[in-house]
Design a binder for this molecule. Structure first.
Ligand code: URA
Length: 205
């Protein structure tokens, strides 16, 4: 892993990869946010419209949910680094019956995730966190061997390759799609557990 790359070089790589990409439509690109060196790194899927406009991760609807749960777990947003697995906004464009175009987000294709492999590896090396919290299936599959978030959420794993802890969580927007009370309770429990996990691993020598 390249430990010597600077944040400006990472930003330049993201710009170059995104501006050279011609296979599919994309709606802009952005980089991670927060302190460049941090004990805690959150990795999401890909930015949406609001993230591109503001140039910051998780500032739209999913970001509001994330903020609520960060509060619950006593985590200050200014202390953590947040980035994404794919750093451009993957979009699909549909032509409505009235001829109007609608643009929506889509999940990044595996090949699009691969475009940012080197960049994400470099960001992880630079941030050098003690724990990576993956949000949803996209970063989970990119950084672990798990196939689905359902099998591993809310548990702490040690990644031998990275020499870091990984704590898989559901993506905050899953609360918008899954309205069951039992899901909300399970989601909250994962955050409460994260609070305890952080107390344990961040104070350990
Ligand atoms: N969803 C993500 O996965 N990342 C963001 O930055 C915003 C929403």
């Amino acid at each position: 892993m390249n430990k010597n790359i600077s944040i400006d070089e990472i930003k330049n790589k993201v710009k170059h990869i995104s501006e050279s990409y011609k296979d599919e439509s994309i709606g802009g690109y952005m980089c991670g946010g927060g302190p460049v060196s941090s004990d805690i790194l959150f990795v999401g899927e890909a930015p949406g419209k609001n993230e591109i406009i503001e140039g910051k991760p998780f500032v739209g609807m999913a970001g509001k949910t994330l903020d609520d749960y960060l509060n619950l777990a006593n985590i200050k947003r200014e202390d953590i680094r947040i980035t994404n697995t794919c750093l451009f906004r993957p979009i699909k464009i549909k032509q409505g019956k009235n001829g109007r175009e609608t643009i929506s987000n889509r999940t990044p294709k595996p090949s699009e995730v691969e475009l940012f492999r080197e960049v994400l590896d470099a960001e992880i090396a630079l941030v050098d966190p003690k724990i990576i919290i993956t949000l949803g299936n996209t970063p989970l599959k990119r950084l672990t061997k798990f196939k689905s978030i359902g099998e591993c959420h809310g548990k702490l794993y040690f990644n031998e390759k990275l020499k870091m802890y990984i704590y898989p969580m559901y993506h905050p927007s899953s609360l918008t799609y899954n309205r069951k009370e039992s899901f909300k309770t399970a989601y909250e429990d994962d955050w409460k557990n994260l609070k305890e996990v952080l107390k344990r691993i961040l104070t350990a020598k």
